[in-house]
Ligand binder design. Structure first.
Ligand code: AMP
Length: 213
């Protein structure tokens, strides 16, 4: 299957994509992860992307599209993939359409994970990653045991550079202005499925499987 996960920052795209990947073996293709890897490796592309990411702006379409083209051409993507965080504006959606035509592929579904603004703010401002295990945690929602499991193993709770309140507000504005128009775009193609994504990860995952069935 070829799936696009659409949704605001903090809607759980990454978490759900990871589960789909583990269960169905389709690779999760996250442009955010690809960009963060390029930043960490300090590639020229990463250095160029970093300023936009830190400011909560979108990285240029040129950089992101080159990355996606390269990633979708890799052998593990031949049997399907989950796009997480791409496309993020209409130009990227149109470029994706052209790339898929070129590869003689079609999308099976575009799933919107819907979460209200207040919850998104808490999810994003509270989001942490355990430096030891890589596990995603949240200071508001994770249990004390989960947090202790990280710190007692010698891990630290790390916050993403762009997860501070000011940048988060800006990222959510960018989502409303540039990414949300994709909802109508994909509704018109008949591919859109909407999943209410405010409940637990397990419930959301069950709903996701239902709409993909
Ligand atoms: P994410 O991990 O998906 O929240 O992405 C983190 C940051 O990476 C975003 O705030 C953007 O700066 C950048 N980014 C990720 N995906 C894209 C994309 N498709 N187009 C432009 N910028 C992106």
């Amino acid at each position: 299957m070829r799936i696009v996960l659409l949704g605001a920052p903090g809607s759980g795209k990454g978490t759900q994509a990871e589960r789909l990947q583990a269960k169905h073996g389709m690779p999760q293709v996250s442009t955010g992860d690809l960009l963060r890897a390029a930043v960490a490796e300090q590639t020229p592309l990463g250095l160029e992307a970093k300023a936009a990411m830190d400011a909560g702006e979108l990285v240029s379409n040129e950089i992101v599209l080159a990355m996606i083209r390269e990633r979708l051409g890799q052998p593990d993507a031949a049997g399907g993939y989950i796009l997480d965080g791409f496309p993020r504006n209409l130009e990227q959606a149109k470029a994706l359409g052209l790339l898929l035509d070129e590869l003689d592929q079609t999308l099976d579904a575009v799933v919107l994970l819907h979460v209200d603004f207040d919850i998104l703010m808490k999810r994003l401002t509270g989001r942490r990653t355990c430096s030891k295990t890589g596990k995603l945690l949240n200071i508001y929602f994770s249990s004390q045991e989960e947090i202790d499991a990280c710190t007692e193993a010698g891990g630290e709770l790390l916050q993403r550079d762009d997860d501070n309140e000011e940048t988060i507000r800006h990222r959510l504005e960018v989502y409303d202005r540039q990414t949300a128009p994709l909802i109508d775009h994909y509704r018109e193609t008949g591919l859109l499925r909407v999943v209410e994504a405010q409940s637990s990860m397990d419930e959301v995952y069950a709903r996701l499987l239902e709409v993909l069935d």
